[in-house]
Design a protein around this ligand. Structure first.
Ligand SMILES: [Zn+2]
Ligand SMILES: [Zn+2]
Length: 360
């Protein structure tokens, strides 16, 4: 049974709770289009990762079969805890590569494309990371961590990261030193100068402390969320693939093979890259978040798309074991077309008719 069958309702319940608590406290944390895009991006990632996840697990099991040096008593709790800590260490490097290698940034950028920061932002997960991430867990395979432990600790690591996407929890004192918390993860999502390439941890922030990538949230500087080259779209499929097109354009425009190589495997923030993609220097006072007008009819269509998409995902979880890989692919790609269509409706001039209020 797919564990997401149970977690998806919990995610939605927590989002509803955060929304109402923020309203009671007089905070304005949700914008309607942004929230629908985040939720639909979460669904898009699941429609792909139902197969991508299976691919990653299969590749990991091949690595274990070929390279494992040790065997473990899986009935011992400490073995699971050790595997979780080691997994989180590898996750730190996956995540760091996702920010510091342009090709991998193309996969991860969607998680940072929201200009809001709330529990729905956590669900903006990549649909294209499955092809490379498993390579980073090679050390676990060499140590012989069995595939079933790998799958469980991967799920724990991912689920832990959900709750840290909130502005309702302040600093957590001593916990900031060794755990990923809402405060230090807010820094990770910031585009302020001091936030760039900081706080890559999954569960533990000790890796950031060890490798010099840790930054505390500054009480005197408001965090501006999002990326410096804004997505400016509500299409969750485009959000997943747009940076691959940027890299393609950069490679075509490069003159030497070295330059082409650096466009793909160099850092996303090299001066040549920033110039080519037209990324402006950061000025907090000038920041205006992306928004487009929409009608109440569009609002209903957006909400209905998320409800329908969630239903279709639950159905896929249930029937996937009986479908061929081609049937699953066809099902998922039809849904991707649907989400892309909905996302593009938001910016159709004929659908305009009101300002873009926050979630109300
Ligand atoms: Zn990140
Ligand atoms: Zn995040």
């Amino acid at each position: 049974m797919n564990p997401y069958l149970y977690t998806v309702p919990v995610f939605f319940l927590m989002i509803a709770t955060e929304y109402w608590v923020s309203r009671i406290r007089g905070r304005d944390l949700y914008r309607f289009q942004d929230t629908v895009t985040s939720l639909n991006a979460g669904l898009v990632s699941q429609f792909i990762n139902i197969m991508g996840g299976a691919f990653s697990v299969y590749m990991y099991s091949l690595l274990v079969g070929q390279f494992s040096l040790l065997s473990w008593d899986t009935s011992q709790l400490w073995v699971w805890v050790f595997a979780l800590v080691l997994y989180d260490f590898c996750y730190y490097w996956v995540h760091r590569a996702g920010h510091e290698v342009n090709l991998f940034w193309a996969s991860h950028v969607i998680h940072h494309s929201s200009e809001e920061f709330n529990l729905s932002t956590a669900l903006r997960q990549s649909a294209t990371g499955f092809y490379f991430k498993w390579v980073f867990y090679f050390p676990l395979a060499v140590l012989g961590i069995p595939t079933q432990i790998f799958v469980v600790v991967a799920l724990i690591d991912l689920l832990y990261q959900y709750w840290v996407h909130t502005q309702l929890v302040g600093r957590m004192g001593i916990f900031e030193r060794f755990l990923v918390t809402p405060s230090n993860h807010r820094v990770h999502h910031g585009q302020n100068d001091y936030c760039i390439d900081k706080n890559y941890g999954g569960i533990f922030s000790i890796w950031d402390q060890l490798f010099g990538t840790y930054a505390d949230e500054r009480p005197d500087e408001m965090v501006i969320y999002g990326v410096r080259k804004p997505l400016r779209s509500w299409d969750p499929v485009w959000a997943n693939i747009q940076h691959y097109f940027v890299i393609g354009r950069l490679v075509r425009a490069s003159r030497s093979w070295h330059e082409k190589f650096m466009c793909v495997f160099g850092p996303p923030r090299s001066p040549a890259h920033l110039e080519a993609v037209g990324e402006a220097p950061f000025r907090a006072a000038e920041f205006v978040s992306f928004s487009t007008p929409y009608t109440s009819r569009m609002k209903h269509i957006g909400a209905a798309s998320t409800i329908f998409g969630t239903f279709m995902l639950m159905l896929l979880y249930l029937v996937a074991p009986r479908l061929s890989i081609w049937e699953s692919l066809a099902y998922s790609f039809l849904m991707l077309g649907f989400f892309s269509f909905i996302g593009r409706l938001w910016v159709r001039p004929s659908m305009m008719g009101s300002t873009s209020p926050r979630f109300q």
